[in-house]
Design a protein around this ligand. Structure first.
Ligand code: C2O
Ligand code: CU
Ligand code: CU
Length: 433
């Protein structure tokens, strides 16, 4: 806590080497370390500040994905941090408990910067969530899993040859090596009956379809923007890049079970599903349970009061996805695509008439999925979100709730979070007034 009463974090971005594969050295980027960055954590109501020092060889930005904060502090493409410079955003945490994350967002190079390793979690806590009997001992029964795929060449260097859209990489670069929290071939030693996993898809392009090798049920307790009202049992959950889910898993003494990523139901035609990695299957992390497990409190039947139904008003905003465009236009840093009233709720209609999978993320807001092709959303998309998968040939209506901040000059972004698509221009800007 600094002299102004703010909780102050330091992130120093730099270059280093990581040994993903035994005996090889991979040049990587990280924050306060060789790969990825620390988990930052703050409470609702807390005033925070971050000193982000850029010791990388290039300018970059650090964006607080999912954070409710003024656009000027958001770390989007308009907040470049020069080589050697320090950026000092500050804000007040003003949203429910949630698993958020941070990553670079410099226009046209986001894919490179995230792939090299700049990313980390930002966990928001609040008293309502604290009061619930959920697993909450960090690293013991409350475990972050930052899941990514890497393509590593024989000499140990990261293969970035299909980093940007090109050739057959229709969603961007796919890797065959899964790393979790920067570790290849990881395992976790389970010591409690219940373990809460905070899953983040921090991959550039790969869409993960998580589930256990023995098909055991787990319980979804939170999505991108916080706890679900009612915990939901399920066996699989699909997360596209940028999405988070918190799940609680029950283990038995002596369990040895693998969390996998199964072929993902992308809703694409056969060829495109293959090209987007939809047919792939991977081991993500192995769980080894002790012979005796500490008892865990049973999960509560409800995690909060039923949310008020979002009521969008005004003219809906129609966004048609094209070849790395929205409504036929690629990203222009000087163009504003939308002006919204602060604290308003708008209906945004997201249309993917292409054969290619996309997803959709909005800054400075959270949203509810109202419907997909006229149907109510499936269970895992009923919570409050900031990023969502948009299948080929589908139309989705979102009720987007904007923040109480207004700034007629400084824009927030919306974009496809497949980073190669974003870098190719599939992004737009809005201001709240
Ligand atoms: Cu996770 Cu605009 O980003
Ligand atoms: Cu974001
Ligand atoms: Cu896309």
């Amino acid at each position: 806590v600094d002299s102004d009463g703010r909780k102050r974090f330091r992130l120093e971005l730099g270059e280093a080497y990581t040994e993903f594969l035994p005996g090889t050295r991979t040049a990587t980027w990280g924050a306060n370390g060789p790969y990825l960055g620390p988990t930052l954590r703050a409470r609702r109501g807390q005033r925070v500040a971050v000193d982000v020092r850029n010791r990388l060889p290039e300018q970059t930005t650090v964006h607080w994905h999912g954070m409710h904060l003024p656009a000027e502090m958001d770390g989007g493409p308009h907040n470049p941090i020069g080589v050697g410079a320090t950026w000092q955003p500050y804000w007040t945490i003003n949203q429910p408990a949630a698993t958020l994350w941070y990553h670079p967002h410099l226009h046209e190079v986001t894919a490179q910067h995230v792939y090299r390793g700049v990313a980390g979690l930002f966990i928001v806590d609040d008293p309502d969530a604290d009061a619930l009997p959920l697993p909450k001992r960090y690293g013991v029964d409350d475990v972050p899993l930052i899941v990514q795929d890497k393509k590593i060449k024989d000499d140990g260097t990261l293969d970035t040859s299909r980093m940007n859209f090109g050739g057959l990489a229709i969603t961007g670069l796919l890797g065959d090596k899964i790393v979790v929290n920067g570790t290849y071939d990881p395992h976790f030693r389970v010591t409690t009956e219940l373990v809460r996993l905070r899953l983040l898809n921090a991959a550039n392009a790969r869409i993960f379809h998580f589930g256990f090798a023995d098909d055991r049920e787990f319980t979804l307790i939170a999505s991108d923007s916080g706890l679900s009202q009612v915990p939901q049992p399920m066996e699989r959950i699909m997360l596209s890049p940028g999405e988070r889910a918190e799940i609680v898993v029950r283990f038995r003494p002596g369990d040895d079970v693998i969390l996998k990523s199964f072929p993902a139901p992308l809703g694409a035609n056969f060829a495109y599903a293959r090209l987007a990695g939809g047919g792939d299957e991977h081991d993500v992390i192995r769980f080894l349970a002790a012979d005796a497990l500490r008892p865990s409190a049973a999960l509560p039947a409800a995690l909060g009061a039923p949310p008020a139904a979002p009521r969008p008003s005004g003219e809906p905003f129609r966004l048609e996805m094209g070849d790395f465009t929205f409504n036929g236009q690629t990203m222009d840093m000087q163009r504003l695509d939308r002006v919204v009233a602060s604290e308003s709720v708008e209906r945004w209609e997201i249309i993917n008439n292409q054969a290619i999978p996309h997803n959709f993320h909005v800054h400075g807001a959270s949203f509810h999925v109202l419907d997909i092709d006229g149907e109510p959303p499936p269970g895992h998309l009923r919570g409050v979100k900031d990023t969502v998968y948009v299948a080929p040939n589908s139309t989705m209506n979102l009720a987007v709730s904007f923040l109480p901040h207004s700034d007629p000059e400084f824009p927030y972004m919306f974009h496809c979070h497949l980073l190669a698509h974003e870098d190719a221009g599939m992004m737009g800007q809005f201001v709240t007034v």
